[in-house]
Design a protein around this ligand. Structure first.
Ligand SMILES: Nc1ncnc2c1ncn2[C@@H]1O[C@H](COP(=O)(O)OP(=O)(O)OP(=O)(O)O)[C@@H](O)[C@H]1O
Ligand SMILES: [Mg+2]
Length: 323
């Protein structure tokens, strides 16, 4: 097993996952190499406490699922830590940091620049812009943002070209290349989800946060989305995603964090967390008819086939790079 480390942590994804084997399956447990640390985040809306998280650490370079019944506070938690909302506990012990930098009072755009980007439960692809323009919006640190550099046209053009090439490569990766001139509004729900993810990747994030990336996506696209999420992790990007489909959660998560009524109620590897009584109670309390594994969207055989396809594609890509 390779012990090589990169800026994104251990180079070998299996070695990164292995690091979690000694982690306590307890809410708020310490992680060996946390990229995100959150303390005392409370958000109230009138009389409702939407989020009340004492402590959470998210491990670098793995896929963490954030699950919980409807209204548990998952989206509000995403909004808070990415600067789209402010905690009620601001100034009263609320503290969170990403890759060593404090984010407590950081604006959403600065959070994104620090390397933590998120997608939305309802897609925010700008429908009256083309797919390509949406991608270009996702780019950051472009020379064009800097007035001084903007005046040096050759530099600006070179940068613009690079950004464009990157956008095209990402669109290709997400099977959206042919749609690049179409309005985002003309895409299917699933394609918009892919566009949101591709756009988020324009800024080379250290961590990508996906809020229900599979919602409204047809089964064929779901499978390719899952493959994309796994390859991002394998390339070293940390993934934190909210998902209701337990088959998806079980299949791709290296670690699962469970929220209910704003609080963390459980954490652990996917296999064991769903049998935790606190988790069962939380789900049954919210939905008496919820069967925690009853979703025929993805059979294990289909997923295995998908994994084989992704591996074959990767091998092919590597072969191409070598030749
Ligand atoms: N802007 C708001 N104003 C008032 N209440 C809100 C607001 N946003 C969220 N809430 C409430 O906060 C609680 C948590 O909502 P949130 O959307 O974070 O849950 P969730 O876990 O993302 O749910 P779902 O799985 O349905 O997306 C809910 O009771 C919700 O009604
Ligand atoms: Mg939500």
């Amino acid at each position: 097993m390779s012990e090589t480390t990169t800026a994104k942590g251990l180079a070998d994804p299996a070695a990164r996952r292995q690091l979690m084997s000694g982690v306590e399956p307890e809410p708020g447990s310490s992680k060996p190499d946390p990229i995100l640390k959150v303390d005392n985040i409370v958000r109230q809306f009138g009389g409702i406490t939407a989020v009340d998280v004492d402590h959470l650490e998210v491990q670098r370079g793995i896929i963490t699922a954030l699950i919980g019944p409807n209204g548990a506070g998952k989206t509000t938690f995403f909004n808070l830590i990415t600067g789209f909302d402010r905690p009620t506990s601001a100034g009263r012990g609320a503290h969170w940091s990403f890759d060593g930098a404090t984010l407590d009072r950081t604006s959403a755009s600065k959070v994104a620049k620090s390397g933590m980007v998120r997608t939305f439960q309802l897609t925010k692809a700008l429908s009256r812009m083309t797919v390509m323009d949406n991608m270009m919006l996702g780019a950051q640190n472009q020379a064009g943002e800097n007035l001084a550099k903007c005046l040096i046209k050759p530099f600006w053009s070179a940068q613009e070209k690079q950004v464009e090439e990157k956008a095209l490569a990402l669109l290709d990766r997400f099977s959206l290349l042919e749609k690049r001139k179409d309005y985002a509004g003309s895409l299917s729900g699933g394609q918009r989800k892919l566009l949101e993810m591709a756009r988020a990747l324009m800024s080379d994030p250290k961590m990508i946060m996906l809020d229900e990336p599979m919602a409204g996506v047809n089964p064929a696209l779901t499978q390719s989305l899952l493959g994309h999420i796994q390859s991002l992790r394998d390339e070293g990007t940390t993934v934190l995603f909210v998902e209701h489909d337990m088959h998806v959660v079980r299949h791709i998560s290296d670690w699962v964090v469970v929220m209910a009524e704003g609080k963390l109620v459980a954490e652990g590897p996917a296999d064991s967390v769903m049998s935790n009584t606190a988790v069962i109670d939380a789900y049954l309390g919210a939905h008496h008819d919820t069967d925690l594994g009853d979703d025929a969207l993805l059979s294990d055989a289909t997923l295995e086939q998908l994994e084989a396809e992704v591996a074959a594609e990767e091998a092919e890509r590597e072969e191409e790079q070598r030749s």
